[in-house]
Design a binder for this molecule. Structure first.
Ligand code: SF4
Ligand code: SF4
Length: 191
């Protein structure tokens, strides 16, 4: 594959995904003090988290058209590569296989977003990880949902970011914020 074709494939993968920008994987992105004013000037929301500046996600710069401040994005954004991206960049997987793997993740995100009552798309991943990380076990009547939670976290850990294997160590698992819909909340999945 040519360099141009590889770059196109990477861009298409990220445009189809957006999970490291839309709040799916991360609740916030650390930013350097020198970046704060520039990002705020672009209309992005920079908050203080444990005394450090952080770009809040879902990121205001993200849309289906991609990152609106791509040339000026934070250094952490420029550095980040999920496993799937890195493998595609290295030629270790072809674009159709990468999209197939991403597709199942996005399908599960959509299912769990509906189940959790319509929270913003991506946070279903962090909520799934949080549910699985804390006892007690999920109630039997939510067995189907439990299987989806397990599959989603397993796939995200394997395909995108291994830190989801130990979400307590990942500074991305926010307290679950109830969505506006009628679906069960994470805490309601248990007896
Ligand atoms: S999670 Fe990976 S594939 Fe998805 S937008 Fe981020 S870098 Fe691209
Ligand atoms: S600044 Fe751009 S790359 Fe960084 S989180 Fe926002 S949309 Fe994504």
């Amino acid at each position: 594959m040519s360099e141009h074709a590889r770059a196109t494939a990477l861009r298409e993968l990220c445009l189809a995904c957006g999970l490291c920008c839309n709040g799916g994987l991360f609740a916030r992105v650390p930013v350097a003090p020198a970046e704060v004013e520039r990002l705020r000037g672009r209309g992005l929301v920079v908050v203080s988290h444990r005394g450090e500046a952080a770009l809040r996600q879902p990121c205001a710069a993200w849309s289906e058209a991609g990152c609106s401040c791509y040339p000026e994005r934070p250094a952490r954004c420029a550095e980040y590569q999920c496993h799937l991206y890195a493998r595609l960049a290295a030629g270790a997987i072809d674009p159709s296989a990468a999209h197939a793997r991403l597709g199942r993740i996005l399908e599960l995100v959509a299912t769990l977003t509906r189940a959790f009552g319509g929270v913003e798309a991506g946070s279903a991943i962090r909520r799934a990880a949080a549910v699985l990380a804390a006892p007690p076990p999920i109630a039997a009547e939510h067995a189907r949902l439990a299987l989806d939670l397990v599959e989603l976290v397993r796939l995200v850990t394997r395909e995108l970011d291994a830190r989801f294997a130990a979400p307590a160590e990942l500074d991305a698992v926010d307290a679950a914020v109830p969505g506006p819909g009628a679906g069960p909340r994470p805490e309601e999945l248990r007896r």
